[in-house]
Design a protein around this ligand. Structure first.
Ligand code: NAD
Length: 471
């Protein structure tokens, strides 16, 4: 069985288990579970040395209950039809949980990005867009990609540029892809959004005294010992926010190996070391671990897998020494590991909720692209003026002069970044409590993944039920 097919099976098993707690019509449930469209293409690419290579690419659109569909594009050697379907299904449930009005999708090209030059990656990306557009698998109202493993703002800029060339005069063309560089129609705060969302979510979870007590932890993030796997887009930014909040990074793992330090690792110093040496290993003051997977078994309060799927399995789950697993990556815990962790009283915060910050801010970017105006542009100065006049009136009545710092703090009008971050914070906090409520109703016997899936299924089901097609 390939890595991909088993991942799809895991997602579907989680769906079936959660669906059993709902009273939706079985046909409706089968409809929600099924992937709606699957696109495969292969195309030849000329390498820099003149050789021709055949590339394989997929795009899965899991649900059309809301349009467009939305989900990342991954460049990795594991990509296949099953993997994109599993990830697309997760996107449907994720968007539903955070009330982002999209269906789920995911795509990818089977390649190791490190083996290709920038020019080759650009040719591959542009050709993939051509194929997607030709088959109506891309467009601001159809299907909107974003980054995932192995892709980032650079690839998104190539995608947007190719799409706009193919669709001359299409006014909303920039909404065809998200996480673009700001200069190419992106939005401030998107790059760090998933990591920031992970932080907002965990901060909220750790603020619930009753749940922390059950885990034997005090509320709050300060002093919490954190181990993190994968220092890419999601992992690096999550680590940054946790460190700023006073958490202690006691272990970090990357593809080349892992390091640990009881007193805490300075993230920026580790990143600088990696840039200079090409590896996190041999970081001064830290212990280098022989196998990168060993980091997952370090003693900590919060373990954050932020690299790839299927990292916590029935094999290593019994050896984990954490109180909480935070699924910043998609699908890092297998169903078998879920059962072991639940039996051991380890709380698992499911991917479908905790890494939804990226798609949330992607939604804000898409809205910005469709409205053709930067958030905050119309009201920032106006708000500043109104608050300044208000302060002046208070000064007039009280006879007290405010300091320049007080004036700045109170009169500051919201910029695009302020609005994005506050919208993300509101989303992550607001989405957690309905999941927790269902989890509590399940009576402590079920894991939080089941509760999140029930909430997601109910929301998708409602969209279909409103159509009157299903009983
Ligand atoms: P990325 O490519 O930027 O980072 C992944 C990092 O993990 C890389 O630095 C890589 O070297 C490292 N890595 C790979 N294998 C490893 C291993 N065995 N042990 C330790 N480190 C390893 O990718 P990303 O965008 O940060 O995505 C990471 C995960 O988060 C994926 O599961 C992805 O689907 C999920 N995710 C990403 C986003 C997003 O906005 N980028 C949003 C939601 C979920």
């Amino acid at each position: 069985m390939s890595l991909g097919s088993s991942f799809l099976e895991q997602v579907n098993r989680a769906f079936d288990h959660a669906a059993g707690f709902t009273d939706h019509d079985p046909t409706l449930l089968a409809n929600i579970r099924a992937c709606k469209n699957l696109f495969y293409t292969s195309f030849p690419i000329k390498r820099d040395d003149g050789r021709i290579e055949v590339m394989h690419a997929w795009r899965a659109e899991h649900s059309h209950h809301k349009l467009p569909t939305k989900g990342g594009i991954r460049y990795a050697e594991t990509v296949d039809a099953e993997e994109v379907q599993a990830l697309a299904a997760l996107m449907t449930y994720k968007c539903a949980l955070v009330d982002v009005p999209f269906g789920g999708a995911k795509g990818g090209i089977r390649l190791n990005a490190k083996r290709y030059s920038v020019g080759e990656l650009e040719r591959i990306t542009r050709r993939m867009v051509f194929e997607l557009v030709r088959k109506n698998f891309m467009g601001p109202g159809l299907d909107v990609p974003a980054p995932d493993v192995g892709t980032g703002p650079r690839e998104m800029a190539w995608i947007a540029d190719t799409y706009t060339q193919l669709r001359p005069g299409e006014l909303d063309a920039l909404g065809c892809v998200t996480a673009k560089p700001v200069s190419a129609g992106g939005i401030r705060g998107r790059v760090e959004a998933t990591g920031r969302g992970v932080f907002f979510g965990v901060r909220e979870i750790c603020s619930v005294k009753e749940d922390m007590k059950a885990l034997g932890m005090s509320p709050g993030l300060a002093g919490k010992r954190v181990v993190l796997q994968g220092l890419g887009n999601v992992g690096y930014h999550a680590a940054q926010f946790f460190q700023r909040a006073g958490a202690v990074l006691v272990g970090l793992s990357e593809s080349e190996g892992a390091i640990a330090c009881d007193k805490g690792l300075d993230l920026e110093a580790v990143m600088a070391h990696r840039k200079e040496r090409g590896s996190i290993l041999d970081f001064p003051g830290a212990t280098s671990l022989a196998r990168r997977e060993e980091a997952l078994e370090l003693e900590c309060d919060i373990l954050i897998p932020a690299a790839l799927e299927r990292q916590i399995t029935a094999e290593n789950a019994p050896r984990l020494r954490t109180k909480m697993v935070v699924e910043a990556a998609n699908g890092p815990t297998t169903v078998e590991a879920d059962e072991i962790l639940a039996a051991r009283g380890i709380m698992v915060i499911p991917d479908s909720y905790i890494n939804a910050g990226g798609v949330t801010v992607s939604y804000f970017e898409w809205v910005k692209n469709l409205s053709h105006v930067r958030f905050g542009r119309m009201q920032k100065r106006f708000e500043q003026g109104a608050y300044t006049r208000l302060l002046e009136a208070v000064e007039g009545v009280t006879g007290r002069r405010f300091t320049p710092e007080e004036v700045e703090r109170v009169t500051h009008g919201a910029s695009e970044e302020d609005l994005v971050n506050s919208g993300l914070e509101e989303t992550m906090i607001g989405a957690y409590h309905p999941i927790r409520e269902v989890w509590k109703q399940l009576g402590g016997k079920e894991i939080m993944r089941t509760a999140a899936m029930i909430v997601a299924i109910d929301k998708v089901a409602l969209s279909y039920e409103q159509l009157g097609i299903f009983p």
